[in-house]
Design a protein around this ligand. Structure first.
Ligand code: ADP
Ligand code: MG
Ligand code: MG
Length: 344
C-alpha cells in the first residue's frame, strides 16, 4: 500500500502538472499505442460506441471500446484519466488507446468475462457474501478516485453498467469518459451530465453548491447508493424469500426510458427512495448497514457519507463475513451473517 502511495505521488507530480484537467489542451492528444487488434464479436453497445472482444498482437484477448471520431472528447478524457493514474484493483485495467485508419478511436482494456454488474444482476442472484465482495470493491474503487488520487477525481457517471465484474465477482469501476479532475472544477463543469436515472436531486434541479469539489463527490455517492440498492435487491439472504426479478433503480416509478421531468417529479418533488424489501428489516446487517447506507447516500440535504465512510462499513462487514464463514457452528439468532454493528 505504501509503495503504491509513493508511486502514485511520483506519477502524479510528474504528470498532473502538465495536465490539469483531462480535457486540457496540453495533453498529448495524439499519443497512441501501437498494437495490432483483430476485432471479433460485439459484446456491448455503449452510450457512444460499441465494445468488441478482440485479439491483441495475435495472442491476448482484450475488450476494445470503439468510438466514432465525433466522440473525440470522451475518448481523450478517458484515455488521459487512465494514462495519468496508477492501476488499482477496483478500477478497470487499461491496456492502451489508438486511432484506427478510418478515424475510429479505440480504448483497449482487460476483458471482463461477466461484463457489467447490470448484466450480472439481470441473470444472477448473488449470495450475501458475494454481494459483500461487490459492495466492498466498488467502495474501494471510489475511495481511490475521491481520496487517494491527488487531485481527486469525480466519475460523474456511476451506474451498474459502468461497473465490470471479474470471474471472482470483484468489481472494477469503468467508463471514465465524463470523469473530472477536482483540482479546479468550475461551474462550467456543473452542467447536467451523467445518466438521468442516477442523477441526484441537486443535478436534476441544477442547484449544485460550492465547494464544488465536495459537491461532485457527493453526486457520485448518490449514484453509488442506487448501485448498492440494485445489488441488495438481487441478494439471496438465508432464510428469507427469494429475490425478485432485476429492476433498475426507480424502474417501478419512472419506467425504462424516463424523461428528466419524470425523474424530477419522482426524486425532487416526491423525494422517493428505492423500495426496500420487508425482510431486510428483520436482518440486522441488511437493516443497519445496507438500508442505512442506501438512505444516507441518497440524502437530499447532501449530508451523504464519504466513500471512505462507506468503505470502512463494508470493510468491517467483509472481515466479519469471513470470520462467520470460517466458523460454521456459530449460532446467530437473527441471521447467519449478522455481527455487532458499530456506527460511526
Ligand atoms: P460507454 O461510454 O459507451 O457507456 P463503456 O465503457 O461503459 O462505454 O462500455 C459499454 C459497455 O460495454 C459496458 O456497460 C459493459 O457492458 C461493456 N464493457 C465495456 N468494457 C468492457 C470490458 N473491459 N469487459 C467486458 N465488458 C465491457
Ligand atoms: Mg458506460
Ligand atoms: Mg461513458
Amino acid at each position: 500500500y505504501l509503495w503504491r502511495k509513493h508511486q502514485l505521488r511520483r506519477l502524479l507530480s510528474a504528470k498532473h502538472e502538465q495536465c490539469e484537467l483531462f480535457n486540457d489542451a496540453e495533453c498529448d492528444e495524439d499519443e497512441c499505442d501501437d498494437f495490432d487488434l483483430k476485432l471479433s464479436e460485439i459484446i456491448a453497445h455503449g452510450r457512444y460506441g460499441k465494445v468488441y472482444r478482440a485479439e491483441m498482437n495475435g495472442k491476448k484477448t482484450v475488450a476494445v471500446k470503439m468510438l466514432p471520431v465525433h466522440d473525440y472528447e470522451s475518448w481523450r478524457n478517458e484515455k488521459t484519466f487512465y494514462k495519468t493514474s496508477l492501476p488499482h484493483p477496483h478500477i478497470c485495467h487499461f491496456i492502451g488507446a489508438c486511432k484506427q485508419s478510418d478515424g475510429d478511436l479505440c480504448l483497449v482494456t482487460e476483458l471482463y468475462p461477466f461484463g457489467s454488474l447490470y448484466d450480472y444482476l439481470k441473470e444472477h442472484t448473488p449470495s450475501f457474501n458475494e454481494s459483500v465482495t461487490i459492495w466492498h470493491g466498488i467502495a474501494s474503487g471510489l475511495v481511490y478516485l475521491h481520496h487517494e488520487l491527488k487531485p481527486a477525481v469525480a466519475h460523474r457517471d456511476m451506474k451498474s453498467k459502468n461497473v465490470l465484474l471479474r470471474s471472482d465477482l470483484t468489481p472494477c469501476i469503468a467508463d471514465f469518459g465524463l470523469a473530472l479532475r477536482l483540482n479546479n472544477a468550475s461551474f462550467e463543469n456543473a452542467i447536467q451530465v451523467g445518466t438521468r436515472r442516477y442523477m441526484s436531486p441537486e443535478v436534476l434541479q441544477g442547484t449544485i453548491k460550492t465547494p464544488l469539489n465536495e459537491a461532485f463527490k457527493r453526486i457520485d455517492i448518490y449514484a453509488v447508493g442506487l448501485i448498492i440498492w440494485e445489488i441488495a435487491w438481487r441478494t439471496s439472504i438465508p432464510n428469507a424469500p427469494k429475490p425478485l426479478d432485476y429492476r433498475l433503480p426507480f424502474e417501478a416509478e419512472v419506467g425504462l426510458q424516463p424523461l428528466l421531468s419524470a425523474l424530477h417529479q419522482c426524486v425532487v418533488l416526491e423525494k422517493k427512495k428505492p423500495e426496500t424489501m420487508e425482510h431486510w428489516n428483520k436482518d440486522r446487517v441488511m437493516r443497519d448497514i445496507i438500508v442505512e447506507t442506501i438512505l444516507e447516500c441518497m440524502d437530499e440535504d447532501e449530508a451523504r457519507p464519504s466513500a471512505l465512510t462507506i468503505h470502512s462499513r463494508f470493510e468491517r462487514m467483509k472481515s466479519n463475513v469471513q470470520v462467520v464463514s470460517q466458523k460454521p457452528d456459530v449460532v446467530c439468532e437473527e441471521t447467519p451473517c449478522s455481527f455487532t454493528v458499530v456506527h460511526e
